[in-house]
Design a protein. Structure first.
Length: 89
């Protein structure tokens, strides 16, 4: 299971490596919304996978304002939701 998770995260990292900050944000927000749907359907395992994928796209370089936007729109809600999934699993 661990090797499979590492492979998945590696594929996500490869997918986002050449994206701009805006593209990474859009990709992560889209994944977060899909993960939220799985969470609402009580599919905590798939939701947690997607939340983990979101974290791969975090771009914490940039201005203070850009970093704060990433933290507020992706990092904080995704980490909170991922923790909620772990409680349910």
């Amino acid at each position: 299971a661990r090797a499979q998770a590492q492979k998945r995260l590696g594929a996500c990292a490869e997918h986002v490596k050449d994206m701009t900050r805006e593209q990474k944000m859009a990709w992560a927000v889209d994944l977060k919304e899909r993960a939220n749907e799985y969470y609402q359907a009580s599919n905590f395992e798939e939701a947690s996978r997607l939340y983990g994928d979101c974290l791969v796209a975090l771009d914490l370089d940039g201005t203070e304002e850009e970093v704060r936007e990433v933290q507020q729109r992706v990092q904080l809600p995704v980490c909170t939701n991922l923790a909620a999934c772990m409680v349910e699993l």
